[in-house]
Ligand binder design. Structure first.
Ligand SMILES: Cc1cc2nc3c(=O)[nH]c(=O)nc-3n(C[C@H](O)[C@H](O)[C@H](O)COP(=O)(O)O)c2cc1C
Length: 364
């Protein structure tokens, strides 16, 4: 039997050389340069296209395709909208002062109607995306588009039940997202009070591996080759990394955000619904504190997010980390200094091989 890392069903399914996936990170980090750098180095670069316009998706995918011939992925979030909570706190008055402080009107203008996940995925496929990835819900909504284009469907799940449901809906690869992960919890049904099961990566990965026939990728606090080696030991065939690539040189994350990530301690992240209306892990800042002081989010997902979207964009442009969503995983402090994404990927793979070779090979 071959012992090459690249010779796995995962790498064959996705057409990649190294079992390392860039997390599609909506909101700006996944620039064409970052996506292309990861793919060009042999991993799978992915755009987070939720919230982008059709024209922006088309341009971004085409630009990445100019930069690399290797496959690139796009990721969409398919969580259904949730109802407003009449007992919740309205975020709008709470952040009016933060808005005017950034030179914005006290109330957010009505946002343009966002493109649907189907429209986003169809655009990306027409522009040359070679993999479709889905988070936060049942992939059935876009699975037929991936199948019709003949491209693999990657689905992020944070429980065995959601992983099984994803496979039934057509997933070719499951990303098992442990509770350490940065960003939104990929829990399909979020109860009204927002409480979600928090299954850690070590507990989740082997149980998902046992439950599904398709290749499993581990996500959540994987920052380097030690994490890749551990994921392989648990039965995963690869890893998906978000927070580590967030600080890569090619990432679109503002400098202040990268610095906050790299200097974070293990206990610095929280899971909050305050920003989007759905639970997501990130670093505390003034925006989270201000919104959480109002109690549970009143507007539901995604309207809660729309209330601060232009504020967060203005803060990102001004490099003001106190007023953006600082999504990051529990191992953020291992992110290190900004480095080229290709270097991060190659070192991760080399370190994993060294770690595995360095393990004791007898019972002593
Ligand atoms: C800044 C940021 C944005 C994210 N955006 C998305 C997204 O748009 N779609 C998605 O499926 N997952 C998203 N995630 C979650 C990742 O897919 C992944 O589960 C997570 O990054 C893994 O944990 P880690 O951050 O510790 O590596 C995001 C994560 C971060 C840190």
């Amino acid at each position: 039997m071959s012992r090459r890392l690249s010779d796995s069903p995962l790498c064959r399914t996705l057409g990649i050389r190294h079992p390392v996936l860039l997390a599609g990170m909506a909101g700006g980090p996944t620039t064409p340069e970052l996506v292309a750098a990861v793919s060009e180095a042999g991993g799978l670069g992915a755009f987070g296209i939720t919230g982008m316009s059709i024209a922006a998706v088309d341009a971004a995918v085409r630009r990445a395709r100019e930069l690399t011939d290797a496959p690139i992925a796009v990721n969409v979030l398919v969580a259904p909208a949730t109802a407003p909570d009449p007992d919740g706190g309205d975020p709008r008055p709470a952040i009016a002062g933060l808005r005017t402080g950034m030179g914005l009107p006290p109330e957010a203008p009505t946002p343009p109607v966002p493109a649907t996940p189907r429209e986003l995925v169809a655009t990306a496929l027409a522009a040359g995306a070679a993999v479709v990835s889905v988070g936060l819900g049942d992939p059935a909504e876009v699975a037929d588009l991936a199948a019709a284009a003949g491209v693999p469907l990657v689905v992020m799940a944070s429980s065995v039940a959601d992983a099984e449901r994803s496979v039934a809906s057509g997933a070719d690869v499951i990303v098992a997202q442990g509770s350490e992960a940065g960003g939104h919890r990929s829990t399909f049904e979020v109860p009204r009070d927002g409480s979600v099961p928090l299954v850690g990566t070590f507990a989740l990965v082997p149980q998902v591996v046992a439950a599904v026939e398709v290749p499993v990728v581990a996500a959540g606090a994987i920052m380097d080759g030690r994490g890749l080696a551990a994921a392989l030991a648990l039965g995963a065939q690869g890893v998906q990394m978000g927070t580590r690539f967030l600080v890569a040189l090619e990432s679109g994350a503002p400098d202040g955000y990268r610095r906050r990530v790299a200097s974070a301690r293990d206990t610095d992240t929280v899971i909050t619904r305050a920003i989007s209306g759905r639970p997501a892990r990130g670093l505390r800042n003034r925006l989270v504190d201000t919104l959480e002081a109002e109690g549970p989010p009143a507007l539901g997902y995604p309207r809660q997010a729309a209330a601060s979207a232009d504020l967060r964009s203005a803060a990102a442009r001004a490099d003001e980390p106190e007023l953006i969503a600082l999504w990051a995983g529990q191992a953020a402090g291992l992110a290190g200094a900004p480095r080229p994404a290709g270097e991060i990927l190659r070192e991760t793979v080399a370190e994993a091989i060294a770690v595995i070779r360095g393990l004791p090979d007898d019972a002593g």
